[in-house]
Design a protein around this ligand. Structure first.
Ligand SMILES: [Zn+2]
Ligand SMILES: [Zn+2]
Length: 269
């Protein structure tokens, strides 16, 4: 079973990614939250090329992916959950919660440590906000995330099913909560009790310093409430608030090569 999951991991993830991508891309056209300010084909080309580049970089740098790390941990009986008589479903549930909590704190760390912020900043300098923003991360920050994820799998003793589900959920929710989707207010309100919605995460992409240092959660919305980083609504309206980072709002925040070297550049006034 473990080997079966390990062998088909890439195909499962790709199929779910493409399915969700198509669904949200159509939904964004039908129910847009904001009018895009910049050329969508140009942004999408850059954001999706970076996403493909990230997949490649992680595959080359970490021959042992999350699922393979879980197989290894289970074979050698490493990690907390492999030492306890935990039912398979509970292994998945505990890992999903702790994985999401770790991502929340990793995200906060990326905002406070200056050199980490320079790499994470590339995610924030997207001048518009849609589902492709969810896969626009600098390759170096993706490598750090991959190393943390593998360490977490081994230390916690996550099962192969647990890490596969956690990664798929993260992929899908990242696309969803970055989408330019206008949800009915009552639906946003109900969903937000458990999940991070597009309106909640968009606040994190505001040019306002206080707002972009809030709403760090990726899947579950409660971490921000528990740790005091939650903002319910932006100061300006969702469809008029400014998105991005001041000083990075020109073409250099769209084209691929300038984006890759952006961590080494200063904001232009
Ligand atoms: Zn951030
Ligand atoms: Zn984001």
């Amino acid at each position: 079973m473990n080997n079966l999951i390990a062998d088909s991991e890439s195909s499962i993830r790709l199929a779910i990614f493409l399915g969700m991508f198509l669904l949200l891309a159509v939904a964004e056209v039908w129910f847009p939250r904001r009018k895009p300010a910049y050329s969508k084909p140009k942004r999408w080309l850059s954001n999706l090329t970076i996403s493909a580049l990230n997949t490649l970089v992680v595959r080359i740098s970490f021959p042992i992916a999350g699922v393979a790390a879980a197989v290894l941990a289970e074979d050698r009986q490493w990690g907390l959950l492999n030492q306890l008589p935990v039912a398979p479903w509970l292994n998945i549930l505990i890992f999903l919660l702790l994985f999401d909590l770790a991502i929340y704190w990793q995200h906060r760390l990326f905002h406070v440590v200056p050199w980490l912020w320079r790499f994470h900043r590339m995610h924030h300098t997207d001048v518009d906000y849609d589902l492709t923003t969810g896969s626009r991360f600098h390759p170096f920050s993706i490598l750090i995330s991959a190393a943390i994820k593998i360490a977490l799998v081994i230390v916690l003793g996550a099962s192969t099913a647990a890490i596969l589900i956690a990664e798929v959920v993260l992929n899908v929710t990242a696309m969803f909560n970055h989408s330019n989707l206008k949800l009915p207010q009552s639906m946003d309100h109900k969903l937000r009790k458990i999940l991070v919605t597009p309106d909640m995460h968009r606040i994190h992409h505001s040019t306002d310093n206080i707002e972009h240092n809030a709403n760090f959660g990726f899947n579950f919305s409660w971490w921000d409430r528990i740790f005091g980083s939650y903002i319910d609504q932006p100061k300006l309206a969702h469809d008029t608030m400014d998105i991005g980072i001041t000083g990075f709002q020109d073409r250099k925040s769209i084209d691929i090569f300038p984006l890759l070297i952006q961590p080494f550049k200063k904001a232009t006034p």
